[in-house]
Every structure is written in structure tokens, then in C-alpha cells.
Design a binder for this molecule. Structure first.
Ligand SMILES: C[C@@](CO)(OP(=O)(O)O)[C@H](O)COP(=O)(O)OP(=O)(O)OC[C@H]1O[C@@H](n2ccc(N)nc2=O)[C@H](O)[C@@H]1O
Ligand SMILES: Nc1ncnc2c1ncn2[C@@H]1O[C@H](COP(=O)(O)OP(=O)(O)O)[C@@H](O)[C@H]1O
Length: 286
């Protein structure tokens, strides 16, 4: 069994559009203890299967975990196949990188199951071919991600806190959000200040520097996301931001005594609400 934790973006800046159609980004990302569980079982005849009870999870080659297995199998000429069972906990198309994390966990798990002996760096490099967030998800922990998201620099754990995640019942396409972004009208978050806040273990500075260049775009497409942000603030979260391309909103809370109030308050507006902790360090090389 391999754990595939969700991520949140503490800051997300877009520096411009690249000739390859992707955007140049600067993101501070960190994993939280909301995780899918991935089970991997060898299939002798070389087939790859995806099994999941979640109706939003693709059961074929479109699944990012399938892509991860297929890529490894072809590249290293592996004769065996694999049955991949995904126990989904992370909401789908939520801005929490659930699919990317499933792909990364599959890479880590198959590295062991198929005895490939690849390093984390090699797995992250392979992961970047599947999606921009997969490299980060291979390592987990906390990192500054640049390029299109695949260049990873490890950061220390952020100051201890609780995170309340609230996902409205709409799905957001990452490609649509980037397409609707006007790169000349971005309010840029201060990435350096966020990195500094983490190095200094400064909770207040971390809160003050939360920022996401994609937030205005998604808020404009889905006003209910702004409503959830307002409610989070009203119920007492210390700082609030949308994660990735959304629509999940996260609230940061320093003291446990406040967590229940924010959680209960949001339950009235959202079906999917989670109170989680930040995960400490990097994922183990499974
Ligand atoms: C916005 C972020 C923030 O962490 O996450 P999510 O909201 O998806 O979780 C990421 O940048 C998303 O990463 P990921 O979901 O892996 O994206 P990909 O599959 O590589 O790309 C999906 C589409 O988004 C656009 N895209 C993605 C990354 C990037 N740096 N520039 C882009 O323009 C491209 O149009 C691409 O076709
Ligand atoms: N293992 C997977 N889990 C969830 N979604 C997946 C998976 N593989 C492919 N997808 C597809 O990827 C899209 C984005 O899903 P996800 O990774 O959950 O969101 P996000 O990119 O917003 O973080 C979904 O629309 C879904 O169809």
C-alpha cells in the first residue's frame, strides 16, 4: 500500500506564458494528511488495470496512475503488469493534485514492486512527463516549484498549523483557468517573502503572504468560491486562499481550539470539508 497525499499551494505566481503553451510558475507547495491509498498487485501477463469505486476516477489509460505504470513499463521493458486499486479520499478536479499524487505514488510503488532501483530524482524526472505537478508529488513535503512546476527545491516544514479544506461541488479544469488568465493583469504574490516566512517559522508572515495568481480567474468563473472564502474568514480562519486552479479553498488555523468552529461553519455550505494537518517531511521511497 502506498499513500498519495494531497497538496496545497501556499503561494502560486505566474510569471508569463511560454512558447510551449505552458506557463512559467513559482509555487510554494506543501502536502497535507488527506491521502488516497494505492494498492499495487503484479499481473503476470503484462496488463495494466485500474480499479476504483469513485465514479469520477477514469478506469482506463486516461488515469494518471495508468500513465505512470505504462511509462515505466515501456521505458524499462518490464514484462510484468500491475493491477492498481485507488482508494480515493482526495476530491477529484479540486486543485489538490489527487491524480498527480496517485501517479507519483504509483511511480514510487512500482519502483519497488518491479525492482527498478530508480532514485527519487529519476522518478521525479519521469513524473514530469505525466503532468506538471507529478514531480513535486514524488517527493512530497514542502518545496518551491518553478519552471512549469517540475523544478523542485526542497524547503523546511512550514510552521505547525491546521488546515481546513472546503470543496464546493463544482469541478474546475486547470487548462480552462490558465487559458482565461490575463498574464498582464496578475496581482503577483511575494514568493520570496513566503519562502522566508517558512525558513523563519513565522506563522504570521506565512499568513500575510498567502497568494495565488489563478484565484481571481476561478473566482470570476465561479462566484461560490468567493462565498466560501468569506465564510472561512467569518468563522475565524487566520488566513484563507484557493488552492491551485481551485475550486478548493483552504483556511489556515494556528490553534486547535479554533478548528472545530471553522470546520462546523463550513459544513453548512460544502459537502466536502476536511480538517487536516500539514505533513512534516518528504514521502518515503516506497
Ligand atoms: C494549477 C496547479 C498548481 O499546482 O495545480 P492544480 O490546480 O491542477 O492542482 C498546476 O500548475 C497544474 O498542474 P497539473 O494539473 O499537473 O497540470 P498539467 O496536467 O501539466 O497541465 C494541464 C493544463 O494546464 C495548463 N498549464 C499547466 C501548468 C503550467 N505551468 N502551465 C499551464 O499552462 C496547460 O494548459 C495544460 O494543458
Ligand atoms: N487517479 C486520478 N484521480 C483523479 N483524477 C484523475 C486521475 N487520473 C486522471 N484524472 C483526471 O484528472 C483530472 C484532474 O484531477 P485531479 O488531479 O484530481 O485535480 P487537480 O488537477 O485539480 O488537482 C480529472 O478531471 C480526472 O478526470
Amino acid at each position: 500500500m502506498v499513500k498519495a497525499p494531497a497538496k496545497i499551494n501556499l503561494s502560486l505566481d505566474v510569471l508569463g506564458k511560454r512558447p510551449d503553451g505552458f506557463h512559467e510558475v513559482e509555487m510554494v507547495m506543501t502536502t497535507v494528511d488527506l491521502a488516497d491509498r494505492i494498492e499495487l498487485e503484479i499481473v503476470r501477463d503484462g496488463s495494466i488495470y485500474i480499479l476504483s469505486h469513485d465514479r469520477f476516477v477514469p478506469g482506463d489509460h486516461r488515469n494518471l496512475a495508468y500513465k505512470a505504470a505504462d511509462l515505466l513499463q515501456r521505458r524499462f521493458k518490464v514484462k510484468e503488469g500491475v493491477a492498481i486499486t485507488i482508494h480515493k479520499q482526495i476530491p477529484v478536479a479540486a486543485g489538490l493534485a489527487g491524480g498527480s499524487s496517485d501517479a507519483a505514488a504509483t511511480l514510487r510503488g512500482l519502483n519497488r514492486l518491479w525492482s527498478l532501483n530508480l532514485t527519487m530524482d529519476e522518478l521525479a524526472e519521469i513524473g514530469s512527463e505525466i503532468g506538471s505537478d507529478v514531480s513535486f508529488c514524488v517527493y512530497g513535503g514542502t518545496a518551491l516549484a518553478t519552471g512549469r512546476g517540475e523544478i523542485i527545491q526542497e524547503l523546511p516544514c512550514p510552521p505547525k498549523c491546521w488546515v481546513i479544506l472546503a470543496k464546493p461541488s463544482i469541478g474546475v479544469s486547470t487548462a480552462d483557468v490558465y487559458r482565461n488568465l490575463k498574464t498582464d493583469r496578475i496581482e503577483h504574490p511575494n514568493t520570496k517573502a513566503m519562502v522566508q516566512a517558512i525558513h523563519n517559522q513565522d506563522f504570521k508572515a506565512m499568513c500575510a503572504n498567502l497568494g495565488n495568481a489563478l484565484e481571481a480567474v476561478t473566482l470570476n468563473m465561479h462566484p461560490e468560491v468567493a462565498h466560501i472564502k468569506d465564510q472561512m474568514e467569518r468563522f475565524g480562519a487566520d488566513a484563507v486562499l484557493m488552492s491551485g486552479s481551485g475550486p478548493t479553498v483552504f483556511g489556515i488555523v494556528e490553534y486547535e481550539s479554533k478548528v472545530q468552529r471553522v470546520y462546523n461553519g463550513l459544513r453548512g455550505f460544502c459537502d466536502q470539508v476536511f480538517a487536516v494537518r500539514l505533513l512534516g517531511g518528504r514521502n518515503p521511497l516506497a
